[in-house]
Design a protein around this ligand. Structure first.
Ligand code: NAD
Length: 274
């Protein structure tokens, strides 16, 4: 029978920073595909609750867990709660991130440190916890799996600014450039364990992080000059790509960055021969 197939039926998925924007869209996407989803937020409990309620109202399965990804104790507690509730982990979407913008010469150490702590160290803490869990649960499994497929999947939320320099946002660009090498390096190290690690690098996606740009008609017009596809992306555009990278359909894809950017990385200023 031909019918809709739930790609993540009974899989357990953590999406960090899923109280808003891209993370929220990912959490809803995975829940709609049959997963048990761990919705995570750092401080905005009300928005986290809204994501949870939307999933439950759709008939999905989810819990809400508060954790600051830059704090080791919080991350360990997030993973403990996931496993104690759902028994295992199959996918980590390491999405939480923020910006603290400033001209370079005026940037404070605090602005620099906060972005590195959340966007890069948070990635380290969450990916390490996920990898440990994937390996531990595989060892504990009573039946030896004869599957050739990955035992766990990690998708990191990077940015086009892992390759496009960004004046006025050097802390952010440095953090995302770091994410790229971190992703490739742990992908190389974890592949023999049959853990797949990849990144998604969004261009301009309509979320609260860049509201200042898309809510101002002049700035929005300027933004479209950077996007050959001539539209801003949606959180759902990114969620569908994350879903593919976390699914068995991409089982032989490892250590890759998928740019979801309407062509922003295509040097649009050269479109008329430069
Ligand atoms: P957003 O502000 O809507 O969401 C950010 C999420 O991260 C929120 O849920 C927030 O609570 C969470 N978060 C922040 N600090 C946290 C912490 N310490 N611990 C746990 N969670 C924390 O922004 P978004 O656009 O949805 O951003 C999500 C990710 O996508 C980020 O990593 C961002 O860098 C990346 N990204 C966004 C765009 C874009 O255009 N929107 C482009 C490229 C990359």
């Amino acid at each position: 029978m031909i019918g809709p197939e739930l790609k993540f039926k009974e899989q357990v998925v953590i999406v960090t920073g899923s109280s808003s924007g891209i993370g929220k869209a990912c959490a809803i996407y995975f829940a709609n595909q049959g997963a048990h989803v761990v919705v995570n937020y750092a401080s905005n409990a009300e928005e986290g609750q809204k994501t949870l309620e939307e999933i439950l109202a759709n008939g999905g399965s989810a819990i809400l867990v508060k954790a600051d990804v830059s704090r080791e104790d919080d991350v360990l507690a997030l993973f403990r709660e996931t496993v104690s509730t759902f028994g295992r982990l199959d996918v980590l979407v390491s999405n939480a991130g923020l910006q603290k913008d400033s001209p370079f010469m005026e940037m404070s150490l605090q602005q620099w440190q906060k972005v590195i702590d959340v966007n890069l160290t948070g990635m380290f803490l969450c990916c390490r916890a996920a990898a440990r869990q994937f390996v531990a649960q595989e060892k504990e499994a009573s039946e030896v799996s004869h599957s050739e497929l990955a035992i766990g999947k990690i998708v990191m939320m990077s940015s086009v600014h892992d390759v496009i320099p960004w004046a006025g946002h050097v802390n952010y660009a440095a953090s995302k450039g770091g994410v790229m090498m971190f992703m490739k390096s742990i992908s190389q190290e974890l592949a023999p364990h049959k853990i797949r690690v990849n990144s998604v690098s969004p261009g301009a996606i309509k979320t609260p992080i860049n509201q200042e740009v898309w809510s101002d008609p002049e700035k929005y017009k300027g933004l479209l000059n950077l996007i050959p596809y001539k539209r801003i992306g949606t959180p759902q555009d990114v969620a569908k790509a994350v879903g593919w990278l976390a699914s068995d359909d991409s089982d032989y894809v490892n250590g890759e960055t998928l740019y979801i950017d309407g062509g922003m990385t295509l040097y649009p200023e050269f479109a008329d021969n430069g």
